[in-house]
Design a protein around this ligand. Sequence first.
Ligand code: PLP
Ligand code: ZN
Length: 414
Amino acid sequence: MNKIAALKCVICGREYDADEIEYVCPEHGLNGNLDVVYDYDSIGASFTKEALASNSEPSMWRYADLLPIKDRSLIPPLRVGWTPIYRANRIEEQYGIGPLWIKDDGLNPTGSYKDRASAVGVVKAIEKGKRGITCASSGNAAASLAGVAASLGLNTYLFVPEKAPEAKVAQMLVYGAHVMLVKGTYDDAYELSLKASDKYGWYSRNSGYNPYLSEGKKTGALELCEQFKWSPPDNIFVAVGDGCIIGGIWKGIKDLIALGFIEKIPKIFGVQAEGSSALVKTWKRGDEKIEPVANPRTIADSISVGVPRDPVKALRAVRESDGRFVAVTDQEILDALRILAKSTGVFGEPAAAAALAGVLRLTREGVLGQEESSALMITGNGLKDIKNAMKVAGNPYRIKPTLSDLERVVQRII
Ligand SMILES: *Cc1c(COP(=O)(O)O)cnc(C)c1O
Ligand SMILES: [Zn+2]
């Protein structure tokens, strides 16, 4: 059974055979990202809600029938996905917002949502007989690729801006990747990674370039809908840099509609940092033309992107679902990071917390009503970026190892 019907260009709509093309539409180059089109009839014959209900696989691979892989024996052993959802009722009460859930993707093997895409990327690399795999990344995609590739013994070549948080670089190195710290931005690293993939034949796991990454990234939405018994919340919020995660989430929703698993369509909300908000600006203008941000500036490194690489899928996710894009300040992001951690016990990195900052902002502006329910994708683990967390974490008490010194502190805090 060939479940992939075609790879379809988002610009011209032309459909290609999956074996005839590797990355993007030849007519449209880097703008011509491809969508994976499935044969839903043949998939739906055995892939049903009932079949899933009796499937005990606790990972994203419970949806393998709906993923673009040929051979299940290549699935990496690390457990990616099937991350938990928690109700954030203390945040609801304190900020007067409707039912709020958080999905903690910081619990993935390398601590970010990117593992979902890396898991599919490495399978495709091995299927295609590649000897190595490469990507450019502000940090998480590279750390993720390094870890998932290490579980299969695949060589990785990573291109990362020199300012990437140290914890993420440490992850890449311990996983045994070849790490190029590029003197420049993520956008510079991205260009170099594409050239390197061309020159050395490494498989490219680059956002907005490799069509299969959206497929991995859609699994967060598949899980969310299944965890909500196929009746998802009104809104889904996610932080956006390149636009690959948000595009993937929308792809997951569209797949489920095509299969008849869900009827209600959640609105998709994309949150960007003000200093890196090319997609917010394009969305407001109402077209699909991106004006790059020359010097993206935000403390949320994972969404610090001047040239979004998956803009069309991202914009359509928001427009077709009747959602919104919203920009938040770095201060709002840091405040949300602290609020999230202390009110739920989930410590997200700044980009992950941006999703909550978006909910708080739109609630304050009266855009979100109290009757609306929302789910947030917590896309990365807070331990990846301690430096920024410490800006809002507060300070410990420094004491001598005596009860009397402790007593001075206790007097002040209770
Ligand atoms: C990559 C990433 C994002 C944004 O994903 P895009 O596909 O670039 O839009 C958000 N949060 C975290 C933690 C990430 O690593
Ligand atoms: Zn095209």
